[in-house]
Design a protein around this ligand. Structure first.
Ligand SMILES: Nc1nc2c(ncn2[C@@H]2O[C@H](COP(=O)(O)OP(=O)(O)OP(=O)(O)O)[C@@H](O)[C@H]2O)c(=O)[nH]1
Ligand SMILES: [Mg+2]
Length: 379
C-alpha cells in the first residue's frame, strides 16, 4: 500500500514524511527495498495478537514494540502543488502522476495561517484556499486523463475509460461503478470532472491533515470552519513535534509509551526545553496526531485490515518456528484466498481453505478476513 503526501509548499509535508519514515533502531526487516529519494517506509499500528493468545511473538516483517505491531507501508512525499499544476505548471504532470500511484492521500495544510499560498510568511491566511486549490488540481488532472478516452459509442464505455485511468491506479471495478452510478453515456469535460470526483472518493480517499496545530490557540474553531465548507475528513497534527519525539527516541533520550513521554537519559537544558514543549502539546491534545492520522486513513477511510497468517494453528508459528511472524495489510474485501496469494503463488495455487486460529473454525472462502485475525491457510 502507498500513501501520498500532497499539499502546497511550506505546509510541512517533508516534516511529516520524515516523522513517518525515520529509521528507528528498534525497527528492522524492512520488506521494501526500492526506495526512491522522495519515497520511504512508514508504519501503521495494530495491537499484536500475542497477548490475546498468551504467546510471545517473533516478528519477521512487522516489528513489535510494547505489544504494538508496526506494519510497513510506502509513503511518497512530493513537491508543493501550485495552482495550474494539472495543466503543467510547477512540476505539474510528473508530480501528479507520482501522487496518483498512491492508494490514499494525506493533504497537509498549515492550520496556523502563518504562510500564504506561495509559502511566504503572513498572518491569518485561510487554509480553505489551499484545500480548494488541491481539490481542483487533483480532480482536473484525473479528468484530463479520462477525457483522453476516445469513445465511439460502440464499445463498452468503462473499457475505454479504464484503458486510460489504469495508469493512475484506478480499479476496473471502480470505473464500472462510477459509469453506472453517474449513468455516463458520453465523455466530455462535464462528465469527466464528475467521474474524476467519484473515482477519487472511491479509490483514493483523502484525509486533510491540519499541521502546525502547536502554533494555534483555537484549533477546534478553525477545523470546524473547514468542516462546514468541505466534504472531507479533517484531523490535526504537529509534524514537527512528532519528528522531535522520533529523533529523541532514536537517540535514546525519551520513550513514548501509553501517551506519555518518559525521560530515559539526563537531558541538557536545551533538550529539556524542547521536550517540555512537546510534553505540553501532548498534555493539551493527547498526542502529536501523526500516528492517529495515518492509522485513520489506512484503517477507517481505506478500510484496510491486518491479518497474521501462520502455518501451525496451535503454536501460531511459521515454517521456521517463528511465532506470529508476519502481519499483512490487506484490502477491505480481501478473502483468505487473497491472503494466500500475498504469501506465495504456490500457496494460492494449492489453496484449500483457511482456519481462524482463535476459534479453530473454518473461514468461509468468500467472506472477507477480519482485522487482527490470525489465520492458517490450508494447502
Ligand atoms: N510550528 C510548526 N512548524 C512546522 C511543523 N511542521 C513543519 N513545520 C515547519 O514548516 C516549515 C516547512 O516544512 P517542510 O516540511 O519543509 O514543508 P513542505 O510542505 O515539505 O515544503 P515544500 O517541500 O517546500 O513544499 C519548516 O520550517 C518546518 O519546521 C509543525 O508541526 N509545527
Ligand atoms: Mg518538502
Amino acid at each position: 500500500m502507498k500513501i501520498g503526501i500532497i499539499g502546497r509548499t511550506n505546509v510541512g509535508k517533508s516534516t511529516l514524511f520524515k516523522a513517518l519514515t525515520l529509521e528507528e533502531v528498534e525497527i528492522e526487516d524492512r520488506p521494501f527495498t526500492t526506495i526512491e529519494p522522495n519515497k520511504g517506509v512508514g508504519y501503521v499500528n495494530v495491537i499484536c495478537p500475542e497477548k490475546d493468545f498468551n504467546v510471545k511473538c517473533t516478528p519477521h516483517n512487522a516489528p513489535c514494540i510494547d505489544g504494538i505491531r508496526f506494519v510497513p507501508i510506502n509513503i511518497i512525499d512530493v513537491a508543493g502543488l501550485v495552482e495550474g499544476a494539472s495543466e503543467g505548471k510547477g512540476l505539474g504532470n510528473k508530480f501528479l502522476n507520482d501522487i496518483m500511484q498512491a492508494d490514499a492521500i494525506i493533504e497537509v495544510i498549515d492550520i496556523s495561517g502563518n504562510t500564504d499560498s506561495s509559502g511566504n510568511k503572513t498572518k491569518d491566511f485561510d487554509p480553505a484556499i489551499d484545500v480548494e486549490m488541491v481539490d481542483n488540481e487533483i480532480k482536473r488532472w484525473i479528468a484530463s486523463i479520462i477525457s483522453r478516452s476516445r469513445y465511439l459509442g460502440k464499445e463498452d464505455i468503462s473499457d475505454v475509460i479504464f484503458k486510460n485511468v489504469s495508469g493512475i491506479n484506478i480499479k476496473y471495478s471502480t470505473v464500472k461503478e462510477v459509469v453506472k452510478e453517474l449513468a455516463i453515456k458520453e465523455i466530455n469535460d462535464e462528465t469527466s470532472i464528475k467521474m474524476a470526483s467519484l473515482m477519487m472518493k472511491k479509490d483514493k480517499p483523502m484525509l486533510i491533515l491540519c499541521n502546525k496545530m502547536d502554533a494555534v490557540p483555537d484549533l477546534d474553531k478553525r477545523i470546524e470552519k473547514l468542516k462546514e465548507k468541505f466534504d472531507y475528513e479533517f484531523m490535526a497534527c504537529s509534524a514537527a513535534a512528532e519528528l522531535t519525539i522520533k529523533e529523541a527516541e532514536k537517540n535514546g533520550f525519551v520513550h513514548f509509551k501509553d501517551g506519555k513521554l518518559e525521560r530515559t537519559k539526563e537531558l541538557s537544558g536545551e533538550q529539556e526545553k524542547a521536550i517540555n514543549i512537546i510534553d505540553n502539546i501532548i498534555k493539551k491534545y493527547g498526542s502529536t496526531g501523526v500516528k492517529e492520522a495515518l492509522n485513520h486513513l489506512v484503517f477507517e477511510l481505506k478500510g484496510y485490515k491486518v491479518v497474521f497468517p501462520v502455518e501451525d494453528e496451535k503454536k501460531l508459528t511459521d515454517g521456521f518456528g517463528r511465532v506470529l511472524p508476519d502481519a499483512y495489510l490487506v484490502e477491505r474485501d480481501a478473502t483468505p484466498r487473497d491472503v494466500a496469494a500475498m504469501i506465495h503463488t504456490d500457496v494460492a495455487k494449492n489453496y484449500k481453505g483457511a482456519i481462524d486460529c482463535k476459534t479453530g473454525l473454518k473461514i468461509k472462502n468468500d467472506s472477507p478476513v477480519k482485522n487482527n485475525q490470525v489465520i492458517k491457510i490450508l494447502v
